[in-house]
Design a protein around this ligand. Structure first.
Ligand code: BG6
Length: 508
């Protein structure tokens, strides 16, 4: 028996997981993201003893809060949103290292105060000047904050220490604004210091796409145009805009989900094998996929956009998008998108990739469905279907995380009838542990300087290059806005998009 090659260069998945001592500065620390996601994630890292000694957090925001008020608000956030219940003892020890600086993002004096605070903490904790700046503000403030960090000399990297910048999405709202933002951040930080968050990449099941493909020998040989008929990436949400009407009016589903989360998942499904699971290796391969996606020529025929009207979701009456707070009564923003892409490379030429995402659908589910080509001959009688039912591989990203493979099996009896059955893997049953939240993994990786699960500028730019023409065409009336009732699976036109190709959406 041969054993797999051992190569220390391939150790990306096994790197030591204890970061250097450092300070995490969160800009916009009084906002929703900090209390809902960031601090609960840090608390869970602390609980699992994954934070370094000498770690501290400094919240930076306009609100006139003291350290104590900041701690109280964060405690409230952890009690409500942590995946593990708050334990007082762990909280007390963690909260001692939470601090707060109140300042306007435009005020240089605030950055000086921040600098003094950090120096004091460095001395107290021996953090060695390592800093992780996290932009959790409105994106309009990003460039200004970066510039002010530079002017206060906080972006300067002292000998033997590091400074990194974590940027939340959205990274721009079209190609031009994304490039402008990239230039502003690039004037202060180098690309390798910039960690652009796409929280989908922090999800266990999304990372498992790579493990499934390249950690097994049997799938890769059939992962191509010879065997695959089509690939579908679907994200269904039951929620509406959750009080974020103002943000969503500026965004819409294409910017909010497709440009980032869905494109990233598509790239992981479509990319070539990597030689190591490290920073640039994965991102190089993803970039090649982005560049192989053909510009969408027939925007009217290949894209569908729609908005939900009032209806019932999970048995509850919900208002239409236009009735949500902060939304214009005649808004033309899409809450649903379906589109078809082609990846024109050796592996995928001719295989359509269909993406769809929608709010207020009947079910919360994210999945990748890969339909294989049917066998060349129909030797057996298929029950309840026209021709042979194709094999289908479904990677369930959330909830009910798992993987299932559909194949035909003989129905017991004296005839040779075939019926599709499923082979099913469930994370919960197989591992019995709850996976960490995406932000736990991503915050830890940023502290470790591991950028594998963060998006690189070339990938972000390529996604905007592909989708900005769609936004422009939509703005000029191409592919009119459709409507769908909340609680339905989206507009009829999304079904037609598939039917025209002789296919259908996988039922989630
Ligand atoms: C965010 C979007 O990035 O992702 C939200 O802004 C969306 O609109 C959310 O609801 C979905 O994330 P998840 O992890 O719940 O699938």
């Amino acid at each position: 028996m041969t054993s797999p090659t051992r190569n220390p260069l391939r150790a990306g998945l096994h790197m030591p997981r204890t970061p250097d001592p450092c300070a995490l500065v969160v800009f916009g620390a009084t906002g929703d993201l900090t209390a809902r996601k960031l601090v609960p994630a840090l608390y869970n890292l602390a609980r699992e003893r994954l934070l370094p000694m000498g770690f501290s957090v400094v919240g930076f925001a306009r609100r006139d809060w003291s350290d104590e008020q900041f701690r109280a608000a964060m405690k409230d956030g952890v009690s409500k949103f942590s995946r593990e219940p708050l334990q007082d003892e762990i909280w007390e020890s963690f909260a001692r290292d939470l601090h707060y600086v109140s300042s306007d993002f435009a005020d240089p004096a605030g950055y000086r105060r921040l600098g003094e605070r950090l120096t004091k903490q460095d001395q107290a904790h021996g953090a060695g000047g390592n800093r992780l700046f996290y932009l959790a503000t409105q994106p309009t403030a990003y460039a200004e904050i970066a510039q002010n960090l530079k002017e206060a000399e906080l972006s300067r990297v002292a000998d033997g220490s590091w400074t990194r910048l974590v940027v939340e999405k959205p990274f721009g709202r079209d190609l031009e604004s994304a490039r402008k933002l990239d230039r502003s951040l690039g004037a202060v930080f180098r690309e390798r210091q910039i960690f652009r968050i796409d929280h989908y990449l922090g999800k266990e099941t999304v990372q498992n796409i790579i493990v499934f493909r390249f950690g097994n020998g049997i799938f890769e040989p059939i992962w191509n145009r010879r065997y695959v008929d089509n690939v579908q990436v679907s994200v269904g949400e039951t929620v509406g805009v959750e009080g974020r009407g103002g943000y969503y009016e500026e965004s819409g589903a294409l910017r909010d989900m497709v440009q980032n989360h869905l494109m990233q998942v598509l790239a992981l499904v479509a990319m070539e094998p990597v030689a190591s699971f490290t920073g640039d290796a994965v991102r190089d391969e993803k970039a090649k996929v982005f560049h192989a996606i053909m510009p969408i020529e027939d925007i009217a025929g290949s894209t569908v956009r729609a908005q939900y009207t009032a209806g019932a979701v999970l048995g509850e009456q919900v208002p239409g998008y236009r009735q949500e707070p902060g939304v214009a009564p005649d808004s033309r923003i899409e809450t649903y998108v379906a589109l078809k892409l082609t990846v024109e490379n050796w592996r995928w030429a001719g295989v359509p990739f269909y993406l769809r995402v929608g709010k207020r659908l009947p079910k919360r589910a994210t999945e990748v469905a890969i339909t294989f080509k049917t066998p060349p001959l129909q030797l057996f009688r298929q029950m309840g279907s026209e021709g042979p039912t194709p094999n289908l591989l479904v990677l369930r990203i959330q909830p009910d995380e798992g993987i299932s493979l559909r194949f035909g099996a003989k129905v017991p009896g004296t005839r040779s009838d075939v019926r599709p059955v499923n082979m099913d893997f469930r994370y919960g049953t197989s591992f019995g542990v709850e996976p960490p939240e995406a932000y736990e993994r991503l915050l830890l990786d940023a502290m470790l300087g591991d950028s594998t699960l963060f998006t690189r500028w070339d990938g972000v730019e390529a996604a905007w290059e592909l989708l900005t023409p769609v936004l422009d065409a939509w703005a000029s009336g191409v592919s009119p806005l459709r409507f769908y009732e909340a609680g339905s699976w989206g507009p009829d036109e999304a079904r037609t998009l598939m039917e025209r190709d002789g296919r259908e959406w996988h039922r989630m």
